[in-house]
Design a binder for this molecule. Structure first.
Ligand code: ADP
Ligand code: MG
Length: 477
């Protein structure tokens, strides 16, 4: 039997607002427990929620970017359940009337482009956190995260492989960061993903029963969790069993999924419109203002990089992976002048390698765009070779200063002066009589040996074109 996998993702993106979605308390991460929660977040009796306009702006910006319908009227609803980290006894969310509906996102995989439908994106508040580690035998509650604004982004069950799911998640991750609505930090939980997975015989049009996988906090784990779950479901169904609709926890250490609870049904939550919050109305004029605030989006930027800088699509995709990296590249091109392609090679090559090695983000680069441009200008005007430039970059990275200062201090200027090169060539010819005789008897292959020796004698600083010319002349003399 041939099986087809069906995947739909639910992503919770924490919105980058300064304060909570329904209170003035700050949203900063990592503060001591319960220092960022006010009377609304801890649900004292009699308090009332007030909607944060910035959270609405961010949700709408996201909706516009995925070509969605922005609902003129959306409604906050109470999702009722009991848990110690939820002091109100309900979460304020949106249910029947979300602010954003029917959008789409284009992904690229080895199979080409594919459009993934986005069913809805709605605003809701986060819950608090239970702490176990420092409290032996007890559970402590930290309500700092309670009331943090979330955008829950629900996809259609449009993905058919774990690779597509990863591509979708990455595209979404890039997008929310471009839009500056979410910092995308998966370790800190600002960008979380649940994967819904089912299988069906290839050719079948109805969907199979799905399981929902929780606790997936990296791109690699999305792929692994789905692959494991697909294998489990196929084995189960193939041996005559049935998939149960349930929520399963992904354990990245054991690389498996385990049942957590049977899937709750929507009516278990007793959703109803929150009487403390009026319907949210988005006017046409307000929406038009949001349209004007839209930044250039990843796909448009990539295409512009191809057109404006003549970059291959591969380089353009790499350099537009984040807005900050794209800005870094453009700032360097502007400062360096000249051909933009070598700049792309340097940013995508040497710079990214150094950032990765030191675990730094592009915004934390030890070499600024202006400083990198200063180095590349010295390559352009042949003061140094591309090879020496890598050593200079290394020194810049280590904090030794600007390119020009390092070149002078270390005496790295390229030797282009023929008389200096002649001296080196004469030295090499004198030291290698056997090879000279070989060359003069017609063995032209040894020429590259001479070039290598002269370059070595100059410690890489001789201009290779001049070395070639001088060698030809002196060897045939
Ligand atoms: P719930 O709120 O119970 O999680 P939703 O209707 O919001 O349910 O759907 C959650 C996700 O499950 C969506 O991303 C949807 O695409 C996905 N989904 C629905 N049915 C299936 C299925 N049979 N197989 C895989 N994913 C599915
Ligand atoms: Mg769900």
């Amino acid at each position: 039997m041939e099986w087809e996998t069906v995947i739909g993702l639910e992503v919770h993106a924490q919105l980058k607002t300064a304060s909570k979605i329904f209170s003035r308390a700050p949203t900063a991460y990592g503060a001591p427990p319960n220092t960022q929660a006010n009377e609304v977040d801890v649900a004292l009796p009699g308090v009332l929620p007030v909607l944060n306009a910035e959270a609405v702006r961010m949700a709408v910006r996201f909706g516009l970017a995925i070509d969605a319908v922005i609902n003129e009227r959306s409604v906050f609803a109470r999702k009722n359940y009991f848990y110690p980290d939820l002091p109100k006894g309900y979460q304020i969310s949106q249910y029947e009337h979300p602010i954003v509906a029917r959008g789409r996102l284009t992904i690229t995989t080895d199979q080409g482009e594919k459009v993934i439908g986005i069913t809805r994106a709605h605003l809701e508040e986060d819950a608090g956190k239970s702490l176990h580690e420092d409290w032996e035998g007890l559970t402590a509650i930290d309500l700092n995260r309670a009331g943090t604004p979330l955008l829950e982004i629900v996809s259609e069950p449009d993905m058919r492989t774990s690779a597509e799911a990863v591509a979708y998640l990455k595209a979404l991750h890039t997008l929310v960061r471009y839009l500056d609505v979410c910092d995308g930090n998966m370790q800190e939980g600002s960008f979380r993903c649940d994967a819904n997975v089912s299988i069906r015989p290839r050719g079948e049009t109805r969907f199979g029963t799905r399981t929902e996988l929780k606790n997936i906090n990296s791109f690699r784990f999305v792929e692994r969790a789905i692959d494991y779950e697909v294998r489990r479901q196929i084995a189960l169904v193939s041996s005559g069993g049935e998939v149960r609709q349930e929520t399963r926890l992904y354990d990245s250490v054991r690389d498996e999924t385990r049942p957590m609870r049977s899937k709750e049904e929507a009516n278990d939550y007793r959703y109803f419109p929150d009487p403390d919050l009026p319907p949210l109305i988005v006017t046409r004029a307000w929406l038009d203002e949001r349209r004007k605030e839209m930044p250039e989006l990843p796909d448009a930027k990539r295409e512009r990089f191809v057109g404006q800088y003549g970059l291959p699509v591969y380089d353009a995709s790499l350099l537009t992976a984040s807005r900050e990296l794209a800005d870094y590249y453009e700032d360097t091109v502007k400062a360096a002048g000249g051909d933009p392609k070598p700049v792309a090679n340097w940013v995508a090559g040497e710079l990214l390698a150094h950032l990765n090695a030191d675990g730094l983000d592009i915004t934390e680069s030890r070499v600024s765009p202006q400083a990198l441009a200063g180095l590349l200008r010295r390559v352009q005007d042949h003061t140094i070779s591309g090879k020496i430039a890598k050593d200079v970059f290394e020194a810049m990275w280590a904090g030794e200063g600007e390119a020009d200062a390092i070149i002078v201090k270390r005496g790295l200027q390229q030797i282009t002066d023929d008389s200096a090169i002649e001296a080196l060539v004469a030295q090499v010819i004198a030291a290698n009589e056997k090879q000279v005789a070989q060359y003069r008897s017609g063995e032209e292959r040894v020429f590259t040996f001479f070039v290598g020796q002269v370059m070595k004698a100059s410690r890489g600083k001789a201009n290779p074109a001049r070395v070639n010319a001088v060698l030809k002349r002196l060897l045939s003399a």
